[in-house]
Design a protein around this ligand. Structure first.
Ligand code: SAM
Length: 287
């Protein structure tokens, strides 16, 4: 919902009970299912009380917190609602059928938040030695993108750069697949030419993954300098221009009949190798 509408309706900081799907605020939230409206509103939805609390803790701007009527009196929900209100957000109490309609799910989560999107400009990335970023060339599948964002978070990499025309990181499917990591991982975007120009100027070593890569992924010394791990599109792999721009093209060996690994799985395998030093082997106690 636009700031103008909120101000006009004089509802900032109010808890509002809404029962109708025809309510204009509910309509605005339902519209966020479509990229067109997410772009117009610069907003996205995230489901679940834990996610909403994590997002508030991390300083994300909440526009609306919606909770199920059945949660009235739940101290944790009411505390989150109070925080949302204190941050200038709108709080809606709705029947479950409204949450079902918004999330297009039976048995929806009882809390959801509408947040402002946050893109990090490429020029603001200041890579330091030891940093690893992941760049995704034209990633199409929301589940893959969400899983990569979650993996980047888990492995302690710095963020994700979307290259070219990609699926939307702010879609409900992607946000669901990130399991909350969307709030912890910076996301940037660029076309291929701008990305190549940026990596050269930033002196980031560009390590591409390719089925025809000449280097086994375990061979390079990844400790040298900040790195970008570049992954190819699910159907076509990397474009020739991007493959040519890479300093190294690595390959993950395969033993069976599969043509390739799933994009998110390949990202996880390569990232854990690059970040191996961050996970020293600890000996378990003898039982
Ligand atoms: N048909 C595509 C091709 O020819 O590249 C397959 C793409 S694969 C599903 C998606 C991406 O995952 C690849 O572009 C690459 O980045 C990565 N990938 C998958 N398996 C890989 C492997 N064995 N070695 C290196 N990268 C791999």
């Amino acid at each position: 919902m636009s700031e103008t509408r909120r101000a006009a309706e004089g509802r900032v900081g109010q808890v509002k009970e809404v029962t109708s799907l025809a309510n204009p605020i509910v309509k605005d939230i339902r519209a966020l299912a479509l990229k067109k409206y997410r772009d117009v509103q610069g907003a996205f939805m995230a489901e679940g009380l834990k996610l909403v609390i994590d997002a508030l803790d991390l300083g994300w701007t909440i526009r609306t917190l919606v909770f199920a009527r059945s949660q009235r009196g739940n101290a944790t929900v009411e505390k989150a609602a109070a925080r949302a209100k204190a941050a200038g957000g709108l709080v809606l109490e709705v029947p479950e059928k409204v949450l079902t309609a918004i999330t297009r799910r039976d048995n929806p989560q009882s809390v959801l938040g509408v947040f402002s999107q946050r893109w990090i400009p490429l020029k603001d990335i200041r890579p330091a030695s030891g940093d690893v970023w992941v760049a995704l060339d034209r990633v199409r599948d929301p589940g893959n993108l969400g899983t990569v964002i979650r993996t980047v978070d888990a492995v302690g990499a710095k963020g994700v750069i979307l290259v070219g025309d990609t699926t939307d990181p702010w879609s409900l499917e992607t946000v669901r697949a990130t399991m909350g990591s969307i709030f912890a991982v910076p996301v940037a975007r660029a076309d291929a030419a701008a990305f190549i120009g940026w990596h050269k100027a930033a002196k980031m070593r560009l390590v591409g993954t390719h089925l025809k890569g000449s280097v086994d992924y375990r061979a390079p010394d990844y400790a040298k300098g900040p790195l970008v791990l570049l992954m190819g599109n699910e159907q076509q792999g990397l474009t020739d221009d991007l493959a040519r721009a890479c300093d190294t093209l690595i390959r993950i060996p395969q033993a069976g009949r599969a043509d390739s690994l799933n994009l998110a799985v390949a990202t996880g395998v390569a990232l854990y190798e690059m970040r191996r030093h961050a996970f020293p082997v600890t000996q378990g106690k003898a039982g």
